[in-house]
Design a protein around this ligand. Structure first.
Ligand code: FEO
Length: 392
């Protein structure tokens, strides 16, 4: 069977795999369009290089595509931009079937040796600005660590002006090869950014600074569509990595008997009346990928939870923990909760949020159903939150 292999520029082929059946990523984010594991084969006049490989389960398809294009034994270079298994699993196969030299950063070289058992003599570590010549095609390497593992780097094809940034600029989409065909691509890219890149915004800014003066005609990431128009995604990445926030509040809550939910309704109405955009997520059936996407540019957060078994609700613990580890640029937060006999949830939420940059403006915890007085307190807290949100 011959595969249809996109040639994204002359002698530059997209040889990865599409995985429309994948439902979750990192056992965390629900995938609505599956994902792809993009890899690229570049044929120069003299030499051939492969950038990255594929996820477990796609090795056979991958090898078939490679042998459709080249004599695999004669592959010269295998470039490992990133060592995570969704891109590196087929490295041992390719190394075993060819005499290729594996190119990686110094940290990547150690991982290739340790995880993928690549013999030391087959590995070449590269530094920022190093390049290899393929004959009419030059590959230059850009050190871009912690995007999102320590060993990550970008590769730039000088003559064709193509940037291969691996996970950076990625999106989960198994269907569309190019940006121009992909609906809601920025939505999908933002959701991807939230889970994978948001915790590393400082490193993202450094990488963006490195590429800002480069002439980039195509961005070919390792997940999702290839950008023929890089200006579709670069300005968004600048905003997201800078932590630019909007007059927006994400509400994450769990409610057992409706009291917390009632308070959530009151604060939602208050915030909206003050001109703040509000995005509520009932944690019992929230799409975590959507919730984290909304945290990318939210200035505020409302956490709502009853006290159950002397504790903040387990779903709220999960949400607060996610907020802590994903490090969104949220500045202000409030807590709303209800209890039967012990008011402990607000105190625990405050403890859980320690170490973040979120300023907790206050909490309202009520016994049983919220009364008019309680609702008034929620409204007052909502007004304080909206004043901060609108203040910037
Ligand atoms: Fe797509 Fe970090 O691997």
């Amino acid at each position: 069977m011959a595969y249809d292999i996109p040639e994204i520029a002359k002698n530059v082929f997209s040889v990865g795999s599409k995985d429309p059946n994948r439902k979750f990523f990192d056992a965390l984010i629900r995938l609505h369009k599956g994902t792809s594991y993009n890899a690229y084969l570049i044929k120069g006049n003299d030499k051939v290089a492969l950038i990255d490989t594929v996820n477990p389960g796609f090795e056979e398809e991958f090898l078939c595509k490679l042998v459709q294009l080249i004599d695999l034994e004669k592959l010269d270079y295998l470039i490992m931009n990133h060592a995570e298994p969704d891109h590196a699993t087929a490295i041992p196969l390719v190394i075993g079937k060819s005499s290729a030299t594996l190119i990686a950063t110094e940290k990547g070289a150690k991982i290739a040796e340790e995880y993928y058992k690549v013999p030391k003599e087959r590995i070449r570590a590269v530094k920022e600005g190093d390049s290899i010549e393929l004959g009419g095609k030059t590959l230059r390497f850009i050190d871009a660590p912690w995007l999102h593992w320590p060993e990550t780097m970008f590769t730039y094809l000088v003559e064709d002006k193509i940037l291969f940034p691996c996970d950076f600029f990625g999106a989960h989409n198994a269907y569309d090869t190019y940006d121009e065909d992909a609906e809601d691509l920025l939505h999908d890219a933002k959701s991807y950014f939230a889970e994978i890149m948001m915790p590393f915004r400082a490193m993202g800014r450094k990488a963006l600074d490195k590429i800002k003066d480069m002439d980039i005609k195509i961005i070919a990431p390792s997940h999702g569509p290839i950008y023929k128009n890089p200006q579709k995604i670069i300005p968004e990445y600048i905003k997201w990595n800078n932590g630019e926030t909007e007059n927006k509040v994400v509400i994450v809550y769990a409610s057992m008997w409706g009291s917390t939910e009632k308070m959530v309704e009151v604060i939602k109405e208050t915030l909206m009346a003050e001109g703040v955009k509000v995005v509520p997520y009932n944690l019992v059936d929230a799409d975590i990928g959507e919730m984290t996407k909304d945290l990318v540019d939210s200035r505020g957060i409302v956490i709502g939870s009853p006290c159950v078994l002397n504790s903040i609700h387990p779903l709220a613990v999960y949400a607060v923990h996610l907020i802590k580890v994903l490090k969104p640029p949220v500045k202000y937060g409030v807590f709303l909760g209800s209890y039967g006999w012990g008011a402990l949830a607000a105190k625990q939420a405050t403890e859980l949020l320690k170490g973040t940059n979120i300023e907790l403006l206050g909490a309202v915890e009520v016994k049983g159903r919220p009364t008019k007085d309680d609702n008034d307190k929620v409204t007052e807290l909502g007004k304080r939150l909206s004043a901060k949100i609108i203040g910037g």
